[in-house]
Design a protein around this ligand. Structure first.
Ligand SMILES: [Zn+2]
Length: 92
């Protein structure tokens, strides 16, 4: 499961740092997002404690309301469940 890198941050009710702004999938230990953006060049913050699925859930439920996250489309496509991906690549 990949984690998250994002352009902005907020702190939830439990005091946990959460991603918002432009949100990308990120594999801990690498210095670029799943879609190939350099973290340092894009000034993206690392969230190794936040799984990508949590970021998708936050975006789907509109959290935080005042600054809803924007998920990267290319990272979303890369992170969609393998079952759906296999289906879309199946030959006729
Ligand atoms: Zn991305």
């Amino acid at each position: 499961m990949d984690s998250v890198a994002a352009s902005s941050t907020w702190t939830d009710a439990d005091g946990v740092r959460q991603p918002t702004g432009d949100v990308h999938a990120w594999r801990p230990g690498t210095n670029q997002t799943v879609c190939g953006v350099q973290l340092s060049r894009a000034h993206l913050l690392r969230f190794p404690h936040v799984p990508w699925a949590d970021a998708e859930w936050a975006a789907a439920t509109g959290q935080p309301q005042e600054r809803p996250p924007h998920l990267c489309r290319r990272c979303r496509a890369a992170e969609q469940p393998r079952r759906e991906r296999d289906r879309s690549f199946r030959r006729p």
